[in-house]
Design a protein around this ligand. Structure first.
Ligand code: GAP
Length: 518
């Protein structure tokens, strides 16, 4: 078995390089020098992404979990337009509030998110402070050169006596003199576009920065057409766009990405129960992808960190190689209260409340006063939202699976995907390209390919073919040898242990199906 490698010991450089070399992720527009914040998913990356996407849909929409009271939950799927009426984004608060505070450097022309800039401040409070974004060692070097001083590290937002008065003594990243940073300014993260022939302010629309709003805009349609009762959910997977100022860490933060979001509509008094339920269900789901328990944590948002719509929020965080020993965001589970439906009611003048017939009958039975029943049976639902990134989930599985194997002969790396999510399920290899072996391999390939993605290859040594399969995370390699010709058996090699078992040719499909379902 392979020895697990701690995330901090995995190199992002090697992961990115393997992704490019093996067809998982390519820089977008590479032949034109790339375009910052955009990535293309190659054949294997697409397959991995689709496998995660399908599992999310399966677990959310097709076969969702049993609810906290023992009843099945009901979640419907949706695929809304990326571009909606721009008024929707005014109502949602994104036009006015979806901003990151940014600081500019007047000298280097760099622009940084205020909360991403860290500063090394001398503990004696004397002299200059040095700011950095990614590279702490560069700031440390400058300080050492300056004098051997002890320092404390702060983010720009939490500098002691936080105010711009501290700025003149800060030496910004990549510059030599102090005082080049501007005050923080709001920077809207929405990408705009101009559908139709006229390109003026009136024609301006936005590429959605989240899939969630398409769900709120269709809440009434679904309610009116799908015979649903509260509580219920609407789920959507799709592209979102944000004009991220500092896209970075490979596909972690990009300008075009995919989200998997579900809005759970429920009576206000049940909101906390469902918040707790979805929080734990989502953690279970991440573990079902094969992510180690120790690499996932919950992090509750502090009050001053909550998004404009949120009453409470907890993040599921992952131990990425580039955040280790700290964890970084993977999914947010937010209690959005009635914010969105109320906002869209006000802005669109369309009522988005709910008449709770079950509650009405119950209150009648309890003998509650008529006016009171009327008042209580019509309300605006609360929303609990598990919102995750599909492309970020791809990154998590790539990081989780990546295992350097210096001691294994032939392969430098093994991608240890859980077999269910591996892009290719098996490689079928004739040991030599003669003596009836290629024909048997081809026949088996055709049989397996009817139901699962498999590959066959006759070129190079068997060791080299195994090594390629290890690097793309194929869980099984099937060798067709002399015994296959004489006894109709093959050997199946396990990617993680390299152990081989001999089984009959007619048993291969059932054997793989059992392993892939685990
Ligand atoms: N509807 C709520 C919402 O969009 P969010 O925390 O801004 O909440 C949800 O986004 C998830 O989408 C994040 O947890 C992350 O996984 C993913 N995500 C957000 N911005 C991203 C970006 N620029 N690149 C890749 N994934 C991103």
């Amino acid at each position: 078995m392979l020895t697990p490698v701690p995330p901090a010991d995995k190199s992002m450089e090697e992961i990115v390089s393997l992704c490019k070399r093996r067809g998982f992720v390519y820089p977008a527009s590479e032949i034109y020098g790339g375009i910052r914040g955009f990535w293309d998913y190659g054949p294997l990356g697409t397959a991995l992404k689709n496998n995660i996407r399908d599992w999310w849909w399966h677990q959310m929409v097709d076969c969702p979990p049993i609810g906290p009271d023992g009843d099945p939950v009901n979640i419907l799927g949706l695929d809304s337009a990326i571009i909606q009426n721009p008024k929707a984004w005014e109502a949602s608060g994104h036009v006015g509030g979806f901003n990151d505070p940014m600081v500019d450097c007047k000298e280097s022309k760099g622009r940084y998110r205020e909360d991403h800039v860290s500063v090394l401040v001398p503990t004696d409070g004397q002299g200059l402070s040095y700011a950095f974004v990614d590279d702490r060692s560069a700031a440390e070097k400058k300080i050492k050169r300056d004098a051997k001083r002890s320092v404390e590290e702060y983010t720009l937002t939490e500098l002691p006596a936080i105010d711009v008065a501290a700025y003149p003594s800060i030496v910004a990243p990549e510059v030599k003199t102090a005082g080049t940073l501007t005050e923080p300014r709001a920077f809207n993260l929405m990408l705009d576009t101009y559908p139709g022939p006229i390109r003026d302010e009136d024609a301006k629309a936005y590429l959605r920065p989240e899939t969630a709003q398409g769900i709120f805009l269709n809440y009434k349609n679904v309610l009116d057409t799908m015979r649903v009762k509260l509580p219920f959910g609407i789920a959507q997977i799709g592209k979102s766009f944000r004009n991220e100022v500092t896209p970075r860490n490979f596909i972690f933060r990009s300008r075009e990405f995919e989200q998997m979001e579900m809005e759970w509509f429920c009576p206000p008094e049940e909101a906390l129960k469902w918040y707790d339920f979805w929080k734990h269900e989502r953690m279970k789901w991440w573990r079902s992808l094969g992510v180690a328990e120790s690499n996932l944590i919950f992090r509750d948002h502090a009050d001053d960190e909550l998004a404009h719509y949120s009453k409470a929020c907890v993040d599921v965080e992952y131990l990425y190689p580039f955040t280790a020993p700290n964890y970084g965001e993977l999914e947010g589970v937010a209690h959005r209260g009635e914010f969105d439906l109320t906002q869209h009611t006000t802005h669109s003048k369309t009522k988005l409340d709910y008449f709770d017939q079950d509650l009405q009958v119950r209150l009648q039975k309890e003998g509650v006063d008529k006016d009171e029943i009327k008042k209580r049976s019509r309300y605006t639902p609360n929303v609990i939202e598990p919102a995750s990134g599909l492309t970020r989930a791809v990154l998590v599985l790539l990081c989780e699976a990546f295992t350097p194997t210096p001691d294994r002969k032939g392969s430098d790396y093994v991608m240890q995907f859980k077999p269910k999510f591996a892009p290719v399920k098996a490689g079928i290899f004739p040991v030599v390209n003669k003596d009836g072996m290629p024909e048997i391999a081809q026949k088996l390939f055709r049989e397996l390919r009817e139901t699962m993605p498999v590959e066959t290859d006759v070129k190079q040594s068997i060791g080299k073919r195994y090594a390629r399969m290890d690097e793309i995370g194929t869980p099984f390699c099937i060798a067709v040898d002399g015994d296959s010709v004489t006894h109709q058996t093959v050997t199946v090699r396990d990617r993680d242990t390299t152990e081989q078992v001999t089984i009959g040719l007619d048993k291969v499909k059932a054997y793989l199906n059992e392993k892939l379902d685990a």
